[in-house]
Design a protein around this ligand. Structure first.
Ligand code: NAD
Ligand code: LMR
Length: 329
């Protein structure tokens, strides 16, 4: 057996975590031979911590072979001690009629202290994924705080993988194939209704997706459906997506840690000038992961249609940044 690694999950009493904890514990995140120490973090509110104890009882009752031990914390300074992977889920979800950026005031304040705690206490190689919304700007806040403590901002990502998976699923249904046959989907920009799900480079069973679907479907159906899927789920379920969000978080971190096997995966990472997106925001890019590192896929052509949409979502991220600039100081 390998040495156990530490996986921290914030918002551990919440609905995403109720799926995520069990996926991590069962080995879906880091493989069937990697024991884990679960560091579960919640707010210091007795009723919430009591609820979390109930979840821990259930994890115990699964007798997972890979769970080495489970810790409960209500302070990131103790909860991130030696953390190898951090899943930053804990944050308020939106309700019907809200945009995710409406959560900035409620949630932005959570991520500075967590970024600081990661830098102070976690493994120097920690990889953190921000799921809590608005994920990109929260990741920017966490990464900025973590960088002051010596971490590389590239160690803190935002999750756009749920959008990526949604795009694969929509295109698979439209073209009558399994999602496994679809490659090179991209989610550019923000995990918000301005995101740009791009199939310009996508292949379906080796054929160009663009040759299989018409542009009217892309513009009037595919793009808006993926952009609005989170809201559609809130409308249908009365609650925001949970199991699919947990699954996407597992996909993101697994590919980052274990490699994407040459496949493109969409990740919210610090903009570095690639594709003309200047530094200073966390932007969804196509990435390939290898040896625990990610690289932005380079050299793709960007037509006028794509450029316009990439700019809209970039501008929204710069506006979100301007709204929380004080949290970056
Ligand atoms: P939830 O309300 O069920 O659970 C959130 C939990 O986080 C609560 O138990 C709360 O006590 C806890 N929490 C709040 N502040 C915390 C802190 N500082 N430290 C630790 N825990 C804290 O919400 P949920 O449905 O699990 O969603 C969580 C977040 O994920 C929301 O912001 C939601 O919008 C977001 N989300 C993102 C994506 C994505 O694709 N990026 C997808 C789905 C949901
Ligand atoms: C989603 O995309 O399902 C989540 O971000 C939840 C939401 O607010 O839409």
């Amino acid at each position: 057996m390998k040495k156990p690694v530490k996986v921290a999950i914030t918002g551990a009493a919440g609905q995403i975590a109720y799926s995520l904890i069990f996926r991590v514990a069962s080995g879906s995140l880091l493989g069937p031979d990697q024991p884990v120490i679960l560091q579960l973090l919640e707010v210091p509110v007795p009723e919430v911590l009591e609820k979390l104890k109930g979840t821990v009882m259930e994890v115990d009752d699964c007798a997972f072979p890979l769970v080495h031990s489970i810790e409960i914390h209500s302070d990131p300074m103790s909860g991130f001690e030696g953390t190898d992977y951090a899943l930053l889920v804990g944050a308020r979800p939106r309700g019907p009629g809200m945009e995710r950026k409406d959560l900035l005031t409620a949630n932005g304040g959570i991520f500075g202290p967590q970024g600081k705690a990661l830098a102070a206490k976690a493994s120097k190689d920690v990889r953190a994924l921000v799921v809590g919304n608005p994920a990109n700007t929260n990741a920017l806040i966490a990464a900025t705080a973590a960088a002051k403590g010596g971490l590389d901002p590239k160690q803190i990502h935002a999750m756009v993988r749920l959008d990526h998976n949604r795009a694969v699923s929509q295109l698979a249904t439209k073209t009558g194939v399994h999602g496994n046959d679809i490659e090179k989907v991209i989610i550019w920009g923000n995990h918000s209704s301005t995101q740009y799900p791009d199939i310009s480079h996508t292949t379906v069973g080796g054929k160009a997706a663009k040759s299989l679907v018409d542009q009217a479907w892309v513009e009037k159906d595919f793009i808006p459906t993926v952009q609005q899927r989170g809201a559609a789920i809130i409308k249908a379920r009365g609650l925001s997506s949970a199991a699919s969000a947990a699954s996407a978080a597992v996909d993101h971190v697994r590919d980052w840690a274990l490699g994407s096997n040459g496949k493109w995966v969409s990740m919210g990472v610090p903009s570095d000038g690639s594709y003309g997106i200047k530094p200073g925001i966390v932007y969804g890019y196509p990435c390939i992961c290898k040896n625990g590192q990610y690289e932005i896929v380079q050299g793709l052509s960007v037509d006028e249609f794509s450029r316009a949409r990439m700019t809209v979502t970039e501008n929204e991220l710069r506006e979100e940044r301007a709204a929380i600039e004080d949290l970056l100081a």
